[in-house]
Design a protein around this ligand. Sequence first.
Ligand SMILES: Cc1ncc(COP(=O)(O)O)c(C=O)c1O
Length: 319
Amino acid sequence: MAGRLSRLANGGRVFFANSGAEANEVAIKIARKRARALGQEVIVTLERSFHGRTMATLSASGQPEKQAPFAPTLEGFAHVPAGDLKALRVIFQTRPVAAFLAEPVLGESGVHVLSAEFLGEAARLCAQADALLIMDEVQTGLGRCGAAFAYERYGLLPDVVTIAKTLAGGLPMGAAVIGGRAEGVLGPGDHGSTFGAGPVVAAAANAVLDLLEEPGLFERVELLGARLETWLRRLVRAGTATEVRRLGLMAAVDLAGVNAKETALAALEAGILMNATSEVTLRFLPPLMVTSEEIDRVGRFLVEHLAAVRPALQQGVGA
Ligand SMILES: Cc1ncc(COP(=O)(O)O)c(C=O)c1O
């Protein structure tokens, strides 16, 4: 399992954990241990990012409202706005950076796809500063974005790749694939996990990797993602949405004048499970086995429901 995962990612060694937060936790510990030796100070992450709910990963996540109830958070993190090249360059110029940790597509905050220019510049700055490039692929990885990992679509090779969610098909498993500049940082006794890679979850993960290696899967993901995007763009043309964002089968739409959470509830009544990440944004991460008929059903529901609800709202009915 470790060998397969390593070959699929960056060729590094694999640490197995039980969740995405724990996978990121080990990446953060590696960056910190290495930083002590090199005199580096800060791990750069993105505003509106999400890396987990443990204290270190909460501190890494750029969401002050989630951090506030548990303050003080850990020191040693600096958050820059996603896509802000100037802020990214300034932080690398002014602080000794230990690592750049990011989701290639910010999932929890509503599918914000990083530009190739921004992520490429982050990788270049990391190489220049001898800092680690850590990609949080917990949500984007294992086929979700039309490649084994989303970073491949940017032509990057991270030092550490963190994985969970899909990995054991719903059983609790996380992993960090540790290569490049991160190799050899952790020694015996530095880190561990009692249940990491237990036989049941490892067998499930092997089965997931079998499916992932099936020819045509990534093409299918891209095709179905494009089909979903076509439906969502119809909403923009109809004036019931303002923006669509997507990479592979990871998509979001910002609604116009209609509450996303109420829309998700209405969808549930129609037998469709969808996720509102805010009052405005609907997020779609269907299982990769979703069919084109199912995508059409969701698209048709949205077109018809939003067209029906919006005029009523505009006339003050039900407002
Ligand atoms: C990008 C990302 N990183 C980390 C996590 C945390 O994973 P877990 O809930 O398995 O700890 C999540 C969970 O939603 C996530 O989306």
